[in-house]
Design a protein around this ligand. Structure first.
Ligand code: MG
Ligand code: MG
Length: 306
């Protein structure tokens, strides 16, 4: 269990760091990623990670320090944005538009449960990319109390991404990650007829576009139909496409980041799934050792892995 909990967050950071060098690149227009490399839009060093991991570390720190408190979560996101806390190099160099707007709202209203944009057009992948701390910390809610698990996932999205698509994606992904952390079979967890999924939908139906993904849209598409864009629906679908039939952690995340576009985030979402499935020990030692600021990731894990 501990191996898979740790793998979920480490996998997120590995996928993020692998994709950072080719973020915003058009598919097929860059030398395929095979390992960490320097560069990309933020001119990072090999193994350095981006906002996806920073926000996951902030969320983990909040849960570990004060328990479940949305205002505290948002406050820590603001500390990253304004002061560079939780950043690999002490600076916030890549905040997304939807996240920045939401955190500005939070600074005005002090109410994180209402700070995220609820409109469908604001359906970016910014809340699934940082989700890992929730299934890691609250895995014990599976399988008997998936209602509470789904509520944590949903609420965590509200701070920055409050559209139904984003909320549904977080609810679905939290359930899948928790099943994987419990060592459930990958095909079973990703099956549209998985029993816990039926219960999740009974509590509240998924958004129709997320339902399509949960029904297995990723199984019968290939790029360019599969796209690692910043839209939550395509991002989740692309991560599942890369993960669902991969033979290893490395194969999954490299497939994800080599889609280009929002490569770091597709990598981070896929890395959570693959890390939960194969565990920390299933992540190649070179990828683990090459990750920048491992101390920050270890500190976050200490607070949420129990
Ligand atoms: Mg990023
Ligand atoms: Mg990104």
């Amino acid at each position: 269990m501990k191996n898979r909990q740790r793998g979920t967050l480490i996998g997120l950071a590995v996928g993020d760091a692998l994709g950072g060098a080719v973020e915003f690149c058009r598919p097929g227009r860059f030398p395929p990623v095979t390992g960490y490399r320097d560069g990309g839009p933020h001119r990072l060093n090999a193994g350095e990670w981006t906002d996806d991991t920073s926000l996951a570390l902030a969320l983990a720190d909040s849960i570990a320090t004060v328990g479940w408190n949305l205002n505290d979560q948002a406050r820590r996101y603001v500390e990253w944005w304004k002061k560079g806390n939780y950043s690999v190099n002490g600076q916030c160099f890549d905040i997304g538009f939807t996240t920045r707007e939401a955190l500005s709202n939070f600074l005005d209203t002090k109410d994180a449960s209402r700070s995220g944009d609820r409109s469908e057009r604001a359906s970016g992948n910014g809340s699934i990319m940082r989700l890992a701390p929730i299934p890691i910390r609250y895995h014990h809610l599976f399988p008997n109390d998936i209602e509470s698990l789904a509520r944590f996932a949903e609420e965590s999205s509200l701070t920055t991404h409050a559209s139904e698509q984003c909320i549904s994606a977080c609810r679905y992904m939290a359930l899948v990650l928790t099943g994987l952390i419990h060592g459930k079979d990958r095909d079973e967890v990703l099956s549209p007829t998985w029993e816990p999924l039926a219960r999740l939908k009974k509590i509240k139906p998924l958004h129709p576009l997320i339902q399509k993904v949960a029904d297995g849209s990723f199984r019968n598409k290939q790029p360019p139909e599969i796209r690692g864009s910043g839209w939550v629906v395509q991002s989740l679908e692309a991560a599942l496409w890369a993960f669902h039939d991969a033979a290893t952690f490395e194969e999954a995340v490299l497939r994800a980041v080599n889609l280009g576009e929002d490569a770091d985030t597709t990598g981070a979402v896929c890395g959570q799934l693959a890390g939960a499935h194969w565990g920390e020990s299933g992540i190649a030692e070179s990828l683990r050792a090459g990750l920048a600021r491992r101390d920050m990731i270890e500190k976050a894990l200490e607070g949420i892995v129990g």
